[in-house]
Design a protein around this ligand. Structure first.
Ligand code: SF4
Length: 1427
């Protein structure tokens, strides 16, 4: 083979390892047999154990296939293609899997491919795919698919690379047409523990998605890279290098050559960004410097930094994050501890406050966990306790097997808890592990034990509860310092007013709290009340001493200390170690404690070898030493940070707390308990984000300069500021003032902030005021006065009233509420940061507790409260018809008669009757509502969901009237947003009006209907018992209303249900009476509620929207993972389905409709075409001679689009590869304009100094093109609405800037170009530039989607966000007339690693489908003209 000596080759395994290490040098060295790295002779014991697990999975899979009669086991050596074919032909089964195949890569065919691309061939080695699936079709053809069995939890890029390579090779060996390769290859993952293998474990990926990046890599980049000299190959020493045979040599080289890898824990993407920044600012004087020296010089050069700040502010922010520098711009950039550690080779303190490592404790518990990958369980463990308490003075460390961990751990915790009862003892205790993986292993061990252990083993149960209560942050019980605040709120809500609860309910609650249940109602109430106070005090936040030794009211634990601290994370947060690439415990210990004791800390591999070898004494001794080393590291870190001269404050702001192990398992029912946990965990996760930012002084908070104050007509005050830095969003729902920000002065010295030396925001207690309406009143004021004094004196809660762009400045108007002593000072700077606002959490938790109390022990599904039955068994719920079968058929007959009479009236010319006549799929939804208890209306964009549910409700009332069902009904209608609720109300009123207009129509039934907006639930008047009421309102207001009026609801309707979480939905569905109906409408292909925390996939349906939950459960009653849209088998034609998909589309024209419908189970029936005038309007555009290149390109693109529509000649646009015939006009094609609604522009960014162009310039280029399109479209169609959909806020800002800069010169040509800031559904002729989340639920004639990312080096991390199908779908489906997607090659052809995320793979397939159907062109953006 020319170009590479014989013997060198690349196997699929090497290529997979290359994608794991993401390192060119690894592949280069592997291929050229570079031997300087001395590859390990033997694999480590840890990798052998991992391999064993993989082997175990493969064997059990093969056994299962064999048992199923599906396996062909090939026991021969290397095979030729003809041998493989012969084996397949000889097997007479129609479906089977081949294992044991091995064959040479088809070198000759591959060499041809290389030569065809002008490259030197690369040699590939032997291929050994795990499985080939074979299906023989009736016409004698054979379908095949490559499958690899993997024991990892998720599919990885390395798996994709391997299966693609095997597919590529087999394509040459199994010839067409007889052998048809599958369009996919698959990875077969392990089933859940306890389950046997099944075909559900197959995770397919489209070959078409893999082929573009991998063919490009294999046949172009790979030969070019292998041809380089070793010095020219790219590499970066980083944490991924762990396990690479060349680690030693690269580690040494990184330090010797001052590479970025000389710093610890800089990942490849971050290193790339730092390299780019160095490129942007490099001068001739820095040419001779190493990367580390250059970085140091850059941070010391205010000139270079200022230039960088001005041109690339967001890039600078990223650099600050990577180098752990404060993000606020200051006069003197502080030194980066990371750079200094690499430069001086000494440990440096990172000057950043920390709330997760306590500054002291009385009892230190260190735990070492050895995880055994071969069994995916804890293998062994060791616990050491260090303390001066007599009982722990000389304790032997405890150790043992996995099964002994919980009892032993519990015995230590009990001893500590007992210490608390001795007089005067309140020992502060903190548990530690070294690595985060140990903490995860410990917590999942405890949870698994709770789920699987026998309920009858009371000792074990009690130990489990104790350990979970004391050690799990995220366990179902969430016994954290902040949980009592959330929980006590829920319990107080639960108690309500005197007389609200029955004795049984109170006893049920006491039972859950583990308290006695005897006594009268009042005694029971008081007992619960006392327990609420106890858990608030006992488990609540401890007071912390200030620097002068005193305690201050309200100054409690800052943020939240983890129950088990992972020391490695804390060292990374606080210290920069002079260790290249990455470090483990022995390296950390040696670096901190010194070389003298370098060898005492055992390595993971030493410990694991001893464990695998059964040398128990050695394991115990090594783990004991390990625990001692962890303790020494903790002490050393504390010593360093407290004595560091550069740190102005104490960096460790918390002390350890007194151990508590409250196990507050309030809900017993499994689903409710998980939901209860999730609601609390969401709040705590949101708070954790706020805490970290606040403790750092809110570095990303916008800075405002105060100007003046005005008095408002209602006697209040509004304050004007100028925005100095940062970005501010005006909330999309400005109907209410949420006062959702806090405002405080941005003082120059953080130390001067208050006596504790912490930013005042970190003293703010969000939870106590999270559900209060500001301004506070006399009833709620006590919550403010219990805040820390510093908060009351120095902080406002604030509501953003308005944002106005004036010239080059942004003016911000704020309403504030706070202490009257706090005065704003003209010219002073203030920072604005978010606070937690949550009106629902207490109500949701209270609802869940109430529902739980209604669950009888060992209930049948029909005995469950309706809300619980709805999502735990939607099929059972739906099948419980509200009346007998006769009633249903009477209802349906009555509906048919009404429908027929309206059609007749319509045919006689009554347009009002037409508006009351449902289209086919809409009518199906109505009839489903009439006949079933549960209806899920799956309404893709523009299909009239709101109209359908509004008219269906009226029809339901009318039908009942016809059937002489006279009892008045109560119907609740809710949605996530006020706008959606308004939309339902106005549809209902219009439809009622249309009924009233039609002459001679029997509308007696309407007399009994009242439609009311519940704006204030606590004040809304009760139903009169005579009329049927449709009440529309937010879940919050309907909850208040139903609670106060003790309502039972006959029908609950949720519109936009894809955005409403299950917990929030419970606020309305709790009132559903037994047998009541539920109607849920939404689109599961649009954006779901945003969750802050991560949840187990197992219960994903509980943690998303109510729509996702019901659709998922309706389709897959027993499914355990992922969401799937319903297959046609489960759509409306299916007897068992509750889902009706609306298919008539009133927004999207045929082009757009047919494209968007590719992701829905049924095609749309477009109800309107593209307006013909679009083509002629665009055709009128003319250049005026003064435009720049970008404007010219935008104008010419639109002119060509017009020409293509008018069937005139044009040169620039490529026609779609896939033309949708259904969208063609049936009239004479030569005369009629051709509707074109899908257009795509591929931006190509060019520069003569590519490495000196930052991310922001690329964004400006894209924005300039987007803005130019807006201007020309507005010029052509001035009365039409335009949306510019941007995935990121930075893009939105850039487009607004680009539009703003041309307002003056455009105004003469266009009249006023108005950029709509606030409105989601703007008036005609307006332009809205916003993120996709904020455009959901609205529509516009023209939509420009900015999906490009031409700054390739930062693309990988951005693509997962950009390529979410739901996000793409929402953006594209806003368009009524024309959708222009502006994208780039980097997005259309992303690196293969993006595909490991299944969501991104789906998004990419969707975007490519758009490309295939769109008229497209390339546009070159000259970045040098913008830089
Ligand atoms: S140690 Fe890291 S940088 Fe060196 S060859 Fe291996 S993967 Fe590449």
């Amino acid at each position: 083979m020319s170009g590479s000596p014989s013997g060198r080759n690349i196997t699929a395994t090497t290529l997979a390892a290359y994608y794991h290490f993401q390192c060119d040098l690894f592949l280069h060295r592997s291929y050229h047999s570079f031997d300087g790295g001395k590859p390990r002779a033997q694999p480590s014991e840890l990798s052998k154990a991992q391999f064993e697990r993989g082997g175990g999975w493969e064997s059990s899979l093969l056994k299962w296939l064999d048992d199923e009669g599906l396996l062909l086991n090939v026991l021969s050596g290397l095979l030729e293609g003809s041998d493989i074919q012969e084996m397949i032909e000889l097997d007479d089964r129609h479906h089977f899997f081949i294992t044991g195949l091995s064959f040479w890569a088809p070198q000759a065919a591959l060499a041809k491919e290389f030569k065809g691309r002008g490259q030197q061939p690369v040699r590939f080695g032997i291929a050994k795919p795990d499985l080939i699936e074979i299906k023989k079709t009736h016409d004698g053809n054979i379908w095949w698919q490559v499958i690899d069995a993997k024991s990892s939890k998720a599919v990885k890029t390395s798996h994709h690379v391997q299966i693609y390579l095997y597919h590529l090779f087999l394509q040459q060996l199994l010839p067409l047409p007889r052998y048809t390769p599958a369009e996919t290859a698959s990875v077969w993952l392990t089933p859940s523990p306890g389950d046997s293998p099944s075909l559900d474990g197959l995770k397919p990926i489209a070959i078409s998605l893999l082929s573009l990046p991998l063919d490009d890599f294999m046949f172009r980049k790979l030969p070019a890279m292998l041809a380089l000299s070793p010095e020219s190959v790219k590499w970066h020493f980083n944490p991924l290098c762990n396990g690479c045979p060349y680690e030693k040599i690269c580690s040494t080289d990184a330090v010797r050559h001052g590479k970025l890898g000389a710093m610890a824990n800089i990942n490849i993407q971050d290193a790339q960004l730092l390299q780019n920044v160095l490129g942007l600012t490099r001068t001739t004087s820095s040419d001779h410097l190493t990367d580390i020296e250059d970085l140091d010089q850059l941070l010391n050069s205010s000139k270079r930094l200022d230039k960088l700040h001005d041109l690339y502010p967001s890039t600078v922010r990223k650099v600050q994050r990577i180098l752990k520098l404060p993000t606020r711009k200051s006069k003197d950039m502080p030194k980066s501890a990371l750079v200094m550690a690499a430069k001086t080779k000494t440990t440096q303190v990172i000057n950043r406050r920390n709330f997760t490592l306590p500054n002291s404790e009385d009892i230190t518990v260190t735990i070492s966990i050895v995880h055994d990958p071969s069994i995916s369980e804890i293998g062994t463990w060791c616990i050491s306790v260090f303390s001066n308490f007599e009982v722990f003075k000389h304790p032997e460390p405890l150790h043992g097997s996995s099964g002994q961990l919980i009892p032993q751990l519990a015995s230590i915790l009990r001893t500590i808890l007992e210490l608390r009862s001795s007089a005067g003892n309140r020992p502060r205790t903190q548990c530690y592990v070294f690595a985060p993986a140990e903490r995860a292993a410990l917590q999942s061990h405890l949870i698994n034990a709770a789920l699987t252990s026998s309920r009858s083993d009371e000792d074990l149960q009690s130990s489990i509860r104790l350990c979970i209560g004391a050690l799990c942050d995220g366990a179902a019980l969430l016994s954290t310092a902040f949980q009592p605040v959330i929980l006590s709120g829920a319990l107080l809500d639960f108690l309500g007013k005197r007389g609200d609860k029955t004795k049984t309910q109170l006893q049920g609650c006491l039972d859950r709290l583990g308290l006695p249940q005897e006594g009268n109602i009042e005694e029971l109430r008081l007992r619960i009340q006392a327990e609420v106070n106890r858990i608030k005090t006992e488990g609540g936040r401890l007071q912390i001493q200030s620097t002068d030794g005193n305690c201050e009211d309200g100054r409690r634990e800052l943020g939240q200390l983890p129950r088990v601290v992972a020391v490695k994370l804390e060292v990374e947060r606080l210290l920069a170690l002079p260790i290249p690439g990455y470090w483990d415990l022995p390296l950390c210990f040696t670096s901190l404690i010194g070389n003298m004791r370098a060898n005492i800390c055992p390595s993971e591999e030493d410990i694991f070898s001893a464990y695998r070898g059964g040398r128990e004494d050695d394991v115990t001794s090594m783990l004991t030493t390990r625990n001692q080393c962890v303790l020494e590291i903790i002490r050393d870190v504390r010593r360093r940070v407290s004595t560091d001269p550069t740190s102005t404050n104490s960096l460790l702001v918390n002390q350890a707390r007194v151990l508590s192990a409250n196990f507050m398992d309030i809900c017993r029912e499994d689903y409710l308990r998980k939901l209860f946990f999730m609601q609390q965990f969401e709040v705590l996760t949101k708070l954790a984000e706020l805490w970290q930012a606040r403790i750092d002084g809110c570095p990303d908070a916008p800075l405002l300069e105060y100007q003046f104050t005005n008095r408002t007509v209602d006697g209040g005050y509004i304050h004007s500021f100028t925005l100095l830095s940062g970005a501010i969003d005006l909330p999309s729902d400005k109907e209410r003032s949420f006062f959702d920000f806090i405002l405080t002065e941005d003082k120059v010295l953080p130390a001067a902030e208050n006596q504790f030396g912490v930013p005042v925001e970190s003293l703010f207690d969000d939870l106590s005021v999270a559900n209060l309406v500001f301004p506070l009143n006399k009833y709620t004021m006590s919550k403010w006065t219990s805040q820390a004094t510093a908060v009351q004196n120095e902080l406002f809660v604030t509501d953003i009233q308005d944002l106005i762009i004036q010239g080059n400045h942004t003016k911000v108007t704020l309403r504030t509420w706070g202490s009257f002593e706090l005065r704003l000072g003209r010219g002073k700077r203030y920072r604005l940061s978010p606070r937690l606002v949550d009106f629902n959490i207490g109500k949701v938790l209270n609802t869940l507790v109430e529902l739980d109390l209604q669950v009888p022990s060992d209930p049948s599904p029909s005995e469950l409260p309706p809300f619980l039955q709805l999502f735990s068994d939607p099929h059972g719920f739906a099948q419980q018809s509200h009346k007998d079968d006769n009633t249903v058929s009477e209802y349906l007959k009555a509906e048919a008669l009404i429908h027929r009479s309206l059609r007749e009236l319509w045919s006689l010319g009554s347009t009002e009757a037409g508006s009351l006549t449902l289209k086919q799929s809409q009518r199906r939804a109505t009839r489903r509502i009439l006949s079933s208890r549960l209806t899920v209306i799956w309404g893709p964009p523009g299909t009239g969901k709101t109209y359908t549910i509004s008219l269906s409700l009226l029809r339901l009332i009318q039908v009942r009237h016809r059937c002489k069902m006279q009892e008045p009904q109560i119907i609740f209608v809710t949605a996530m947003t006020h706008a959606a609720i308004e939309a339902v109300l106005s549809k209902l009123r219009r439809l009622v009006g249309n009924h009233q207009i039609i002459p001679n129509l029997d509308i007696a039934w309407l007399q009994s209907v009242k439609i009311e907006h519940v704006a204030k639930g606590v004040e809304h008047s009760r139903p009169d018992g005579i009329h049927t009421y449709i009440y529309a309102g937010t879940v919050y207001q309907l909850f208040n209303f139903s609670k106060r009026s003790k309502l039972e609801v006959d029908c609950a309707v949720i519109d936009e249900a894809g955005q409403l979480g299950l917990g929030a939905a419970s606020l309305v569905l709790r009132s559903l009476r037994s047998g009541g109906k539920v109607v849920v409408a939404g689109d599961s292909e649009q954006l779901a509620p945003i969750l802050t925390a991560q949840y187990p996939r197992l219960d994903s349906r509980l943690f998303g929207s109510i729509l996702d939950c019901l659709m998922y459960t309706a389709v897959q009653p027993n499914a355990q993972d992922g969401m799937r849209p319903p297959s046609p088998a489960f759509s409306e034609t299916s007897e068992i389905s509750t889902i009706v998909q609306l298919t008539e589309n009133f927004r999207l024209n045929p082009d757009l409709g047919n494209f968007v419908s590719t992701i829905y189970s049924k095609a749309f029936q477009p109800q309107k075409g593209q307006a013909r005038k679009v083509a002629t309007q665009l055709k009128q555009l003319q250049l005026q001679g003064h435009e720049g290149a970008i404007e010219k390109d935008a104008c010419n693109f639109l002119l060509d689009l017009a020409n293509a529509m008018l069937r005139s000649s044009q040169a620039r646009l490529r026609p779609p590869r896939m033309i949708d015939l259904t969208s063609n006009n049936t009239e004479d094609p030569n005369k009629m304009p051709r509707p074109i609604s899908l257009a795509l522009v591929r931006l190509i960014a060019t520069s003569i100094r590519q490495d000196q162009i930052g991310y922001e310039t690329h964004v400006r280029g894209e924005a300039a093109f987007g803005a130019a399109l807006v201007r020309f479209i507005q010029r052509a169609s001035p009365s039409e609405t335009i949306f510019v959909a941007t995935p990121h806020r930075i893009q939105r800002h850039a487009v607004k800037e680009a539009l703003k800069s041309s307002v003056d010169d455009l105004s003469s040509a266009l009249g006023d170009l108005e950029i709509d800031k606030n409105e989601i559904s703007p008036a005609r002729g307006k332009v809205t530039v916003d993120t996709i989340e904020r455009l959901q639920g609205s529509e516009a004639a023209f939509v420009i989607c900015l999906f490009s990312h031409t700054h390739t080096s930062s693309a990988t991390s951005a693509l997962d966000f950009l390529l979410q199908r739901r996000r793409l779908n929402v953006a594209i489906s806003r368009a009524q007339t024309l959708c222009i997607v502006v994208t780039s090659d980097g997005v259309l052809h992303p690196p293969v690693r993006v595909l490991a995320n299944a969501e991104s793979a789906k998004g990419l397939a969707f975007l490519r489908a758009f490309e295939e159907r769109a008229w497209s062109t390339d546009v070159i953006i000259d970045l040098d003209a913008l830089a």
